[in-house]
Structures are given as C-alpha cells and as structure tokens.
Design a protein around this ligand. Structure first.
Ligand code: SAH
Length: 268
C-alpha cells in the first residue's frame, strides 16, 4: 500500500504467519507445519495449544519439524496478530453477521500483495467449534473454502494447506508478471494493536455520550468494527479519528464542568 510497486520480495513468505487458535490435537499442529513448509511458509503461531510441544506433532510434521521448534506460543490471539496489518480469519460456515469475504484465490492475491510490505496473519480455529465471533471480528476479511455444503468443515491442516497453496500460486503468478492489481496508497494500513486501541477509545466515548449503555454494547460495537475493518483504515486516518474522539471527550468534560459551576453559582 505504498507507491512502490510490488517487486516480488522473496522475503514475503516470512511475512505471512499462520495462527492456530486453541488446537486440541498436536498431530494437527504437525500436519499444519508440514503443509506450510511444502508451500514455503515458516511463521507458525500457536495460541494456547492444548498439548505442545508434543512427539505426535513432530511425527506428523515429518521434514518440517524445525517449524515446530521456532513456533511462537502465546496466550491470546491479540498477541499473535498485534503488529499485523492484514488479518484474515478462516471459517467453515456462514456466520450471523456477514463480514467482507474473500474466496481462497482472492485471499492468495491479497496476501501476496500485502506481504510485499507488511505482516499478514491467517487465523485458524478450534477443531470442534472454529473461531469465536469475537475472534472473527478482529479480522479484516474472512475466507471460506467453498467445500461441499453438506460437509464443509475440512481438517484444520487441510484448510492450512489449501490457503498456503493459494498464496504460493499468487506469488508464482506475480513472478511471471501475472494479474495482481491493487490500488496504490500513500499510507500503511493501521495494525491490529492500533485498531484495538481505537475500538476501546470509541466504545468509551460512545458510553460517555450515553449512546451505548456502559458495559453493554450489544451488536453495535460489532457492527462498528465491521464498518472500520471493511474500510482498511490507514495510520493517518486512524490518528485523525483518535483526535476526533479526544476532542469529543474534552468537550464533554468542559461542558460538564461549566454546568457544575452554573449549578453551584445558582445554589449560592
Ligand atoms: N465445527 C467447526 C469446524 C471447525 S474446522 C465449525 O463449525 O466452525 C477447524 C478450522 O479449520 C476452522 O476454524 C477453520 O480455521 C478451518 N476450516 C475448516 N473448514 C474450512 C473451510 N471450509 N473454509 C475455511 N476454513 C476452514
């Protein structure tokens, strides 16, 4: 997203991380590592895996065991994605609030393009129940592999394989001058940490305005997250919006002070 055209930086593979959330079976972690290495990816993040390190994982990783040695284990999804400027969540089914959706092929192109310039995360869910809505709402896009609608949940390592393959195909297509076109941009997109701080600030301000009930934002914050995530806020836009919220909070503070002073003087 700069004016610089993608130049097929071979390091782009190291800017795409695969994030596995709360994986139950260590064999799946090993199989995912193998799928990644086959496609040239190496950055594996594990959010609270049930069992890791594990012999089963090493066995299933076969020649990709070094990805397990260098895997980064964290406690929360936020830690795994905080400096990523593109976050894509994967889902085996449609969700209640639809989110901007990419096909696996569109995902490959977008991840290729953005990984020329910044870190990209692809997030995979639990074997039994996928990602929570809260986790999915941290993503810019969702991607669904259009499998048989009557049996659409792939094994997690197979899903990792499909998306890593699409990414690799897009990199190879671009190397051959293939059709990867995106708009140029003058500012980098905001990263996940900046966005989370913004949403916190926004909710706090909306509560101060009594637009939201304190502690009970219902679906409103989800819909606002979706709105902002869809626009891909850049760093400058995000700073402007933070400035607006700060100005609103200052205004509320001074207005309340003035009213207090009026009250006090009328009581005298
Ligand atoms: N019963 C769970 C299935 C989870 S499958 C559910 O309904 O969500 C485990 C993980 O594999 C998912 O969280 C997702 O990361 C990935 N996955 C499985 N099938 C997929 C598909 N068709 N498209 C995209 N990701 C998929």
């Amino acid at each position: 997203m700069s004016t610089v055209k993608p130049n097929n930086d071979p390091d782009c593979f190291n800017r795409v991380r695969i994030v596995l959330v709360n994986t139950t079976h260590p064999g799946n972690i090993g199989a995912a590592a193998r799928a990644m290495k086959n496609m040239g990816l190496s950055q594996l993040y594990l959010v609270e895996p049930k069992e890791f390190p594990s012999e089963t994982a090493v066995w299933r990783a076969a020649g990709a065991a070094e990805l397990l040695d260098s895997a980064i284990v964290v406690n929360t999804l936020d830690e795994a994605i905080s400096e990523c400027r593109l976050v894509v969540g994967t889902s085996a089914r449609e969700r209640r609030i639809p989110w901007p959706l990419l096909t696996p092929r569109e995902f490959g192109d977008r991840a290729y393009f953005e990984s020329q310039q910044h870190d990209v995360a692809v997030v995979f869910g639990r074997e039994d129940r996928g990602l929570t809505n809260e986790e999915l709402h941290k993503c810019n896009y969702h991607v669904h592999i259009p499998a048989n609608p009557e049996y659409s949940a792939l094994n997690i390592a197979t899903a990792v394989q499909v998306l890593c393959y699409e990414y690799r195909m897009s990199v190879l297509a671009a190397e051959q001058g293939g059709p990867v076109h995106f708009d140029d941009w003058d500012q980098p997109p905001a990263d996940n940490k900046m966005l989370e701080a913004y949403y916190h600030h926004l909710q706090e301000t909306l509560e101060r305005l009594s637009f939201l009930e304190p502690g009970n934002p219902r679906q409103t914050m989800t819909r606002l997250r979706r709105l902002y995530n869809r626009t891909r806020l850049d760093v400058m836009e995000l700073n402007i919006l933070r400035g607006v919220l700060t100005a609103m909070q200052n205004y509320i503070f001074h207005t309340e002070k003035k009213l207090e002073n009026l009250d006090n003087s009328s009581e005298k």
